[in-house]
Design a protein around this ligand. Sequence first.
Ligand code: GLU
Ligand code: MG
Length: 467
Amino acid sequence: MTTFADPVPGGRPGDVERASALGGELSGRGVHGIVLSYVDTAGVGRVKTVPTAGLASAAAWGVGMSPVFDTFLANDHIVTTDTLGSPDGDLRLYPDLDGLVVLAGQPGWAWAPVDRVTQDGERHPGCSRTFLRRIVTDAAREHGLSFKAGIEIEWAVGLDSAPAGEFVPATTGPAYGATRQVELSEYTGDLMAACAAQGVQVDQIHPEYAPGQFEISVGALDPVAAADHSVLVRQTIRAVARRHGLRVSFSPAVAAEGVGNGGHVHLSVWRGGVNLFAGGERRHGLTADAEAFTAGVLARLPALTAVTAPSPASYLRLKPSQWAGVFTAWGLETREAAIRLVRGTAGRRSEQANLEVKPVDLAANPYLLLGCLIAAGLDGLAKAAVLPGETTGDPAHLGTDEARAREVRRLPASLTEALAEFRADELLRAALGPVLTDAVTAVRQGEIDAVYGLDDEQVAAAYRWAY
Ligand code: GLU
Ligand code: MG
């Protein structure tokens, strides 16, 4: 559950009393500090922490932090624009008490996502979580729509004892193999227990394809909570790994070659408690609105790539025939199309049907990611867009005419190409507003410049431990 009202100086009604009581309860449980968590434009999780006794003050007045993080790069360099990246000014971080959890993997700590507010008590226009809350509340108010989202997490588990910077897989077993499950069963078992203690519903954990790779999927939630959980679960995966002498990488490409770490997004649209992806009269049970929403996302994928795959390392992963979905194609349960339509199991379709977006990785800021996907989908809905022809099999094998007939084209093959598409996309820029657009543009260009002249191996190494 997410608090959808904006933070206000002095606290939202009831917040300060609630935070005081909560602080007392947490202290009694041995929690001495609260991690205040947000994600920067480059996709790096950043934090401040306060003692538990400071929770009520944080709920009332926020905690100071510089706006300079709007233009931090993944390597901690700062880029500047006409208005961003200056050393001047300050913001307040307001914890969302509804998102606060005691961290099972870090005894003595609790965690809460924050919204960033100006010192005058206004929404900070560069706050990605505030952006997503606004997209979701506007869709509810203007269209009576709500959403359920889930972000899959793939990660590579390595030995903490490996030489600095290097990745040495912590398990040698085969892809999806029982051996891997056994070799890391203490770790993944502790991870499941930690998620359960934190109120995160785990649907599955399994050994994945790439060396040392695992995947976790969690229950679908409202988009803001889903983005919060994406951050929380990664914090937990990392913390539990440390306790087992392991080091984890969420980078899109732990190595330059081979299958990468994806962060596939599942998304469904609901009206009046009814899932628009099931029980409709269009193909595969889609309603006209769900088809239009899906077509809106599909049409805008080239520009969206600058948000869904924001790192130079993203383009080491985004290659054909590696399940990353690099063609603007859609299909029922097609794992090589950028959009896989998930119809669900007979008898459960009204709860399960959704669209899965594949060219997404975990360098993506999850708030910008979901906000931009929803904005693109809503544009399709407003235009009553229709889907082009469906793709079955791997779109990489389509002939030129077949590809053209289905409007199938290759997504950007570099961050430079993605940024050019993003710059030309007025709808996404308008949805983000000028400040976030400026931040995204400047940070992507900064990342492009940061890897100038590097080969693929060097790019993979540069981002291996950044996210
Ligand atoms: N690891 C693949 C990716 O880069 C996805 C594998 C899968 O389909 O789960 O997205
Ligand atoms: Mg997977």
